[in-house]
Ligand binder design. Sequence first.
Ligand SMILES: Cc1cc2nc3c(=O)[nH]c(=O)nc-3n(C[C@H](O)[C@H](O)[C@H](O)COP(=O)(O)O)c2cc1C
Length: 315
Amino acid sequence: MGFSLKEKGRPAIDPETCIGCGQCVAICPDEVLSLDGGKAAAGQGEFLGCIACGHCTAVCPTGAIAVSGRGMTPEDRVELPPPGSRATADQLEALLIARRSIRHFTSQDVPCEVLDRIVRMASTAPMGIPPHEVGVVVFPGPRQVQQFCEESCASFARAARFLNPVVLAVMRPMIGRAKYEAFRDFICPLLKMLPEARRQGRDLFTYHAPAALLFHVGPMGDPADCAIVATYAMLAAESLGLGSCMLGTATALTQDKPLKSKYGIPPENKVGVALILGYPAAEFRHALRRRLASVKYVQCPQVDALGESGPFGAK
Ligand SMILES: Cc1cc2nc3c(=O)[nH]c(=O)nc-3n(C[C@H](O)[C@H](O)[C@H](O)COP(=O)(O)O)c2cc1C
């Protein structure tokens, strides 16, 4: 983590194995590669230069290109699972529609190998610009999760005391009305309620989960990166028979430098989201149909012909 945009990826082409097919040249997002004398050759690129996205390596039919730098090494090229072993759309949709946010867990521990596999699967998530700026803190058992919960609730209580009505009023011109109201009516009451509930023996933050992941992102990362990695982790967990639930409240820990330091999170990193994990205590017997707030097709004659009946069942 903590990469510099100045560091460029370094594509190395083996002229013996390069067959000059040009597929790497066509796929490079920044035109770093060109054909020179019938062989691929690396140049400077148009804008950022090589960001080590690795697409050249991934498309090369003879394995002639390896990229180094920006967190990537030639050893990072791995074999693809065969096409027949990948999830079909039906399988993926079945997984997606069956997933629920799980807040009730059995007491069964989550084996470290399973957590490790979830982290590995989540690492395949896309990021704003490679390499990943997202890091994860793994709480592998209920004891570690409860300690995290205890420390987080203490942190929330401090944040709630700081965000008193006077401070909020001062913040209002800077954050705008909508955010001000969100702080006043939701975030601050939540930051007060979670520690209060904990004092009464109720864990409404981590829900007595047997394991948890806490995602954080460095300053070069896109704000969306943590949520994307956490979503991948959630789906990975689902595929392994686990339930999970994202905890957005964890973002309030961003200001708590001592707590971040305790968990090895660099001070400049933002805490994105936490994900609690465990074997679900309840069985869900039905799925829930969900709709996005709006779906608008632009100039799509097929949809226009359907009128109000809705496009392809998405409405
Ligand atoms: C970004 C994000 C943050 C969330 N934060 C919390 C949280 O702090 N506490 C909680 O109980 N649920 C949290 N949730 C879970 C949502 O409340 C949950 O997705 C919603 O109830 C819908 O349920 P479903 O996921 O089963 O469809 C969060 C979900 C997302 C996507």
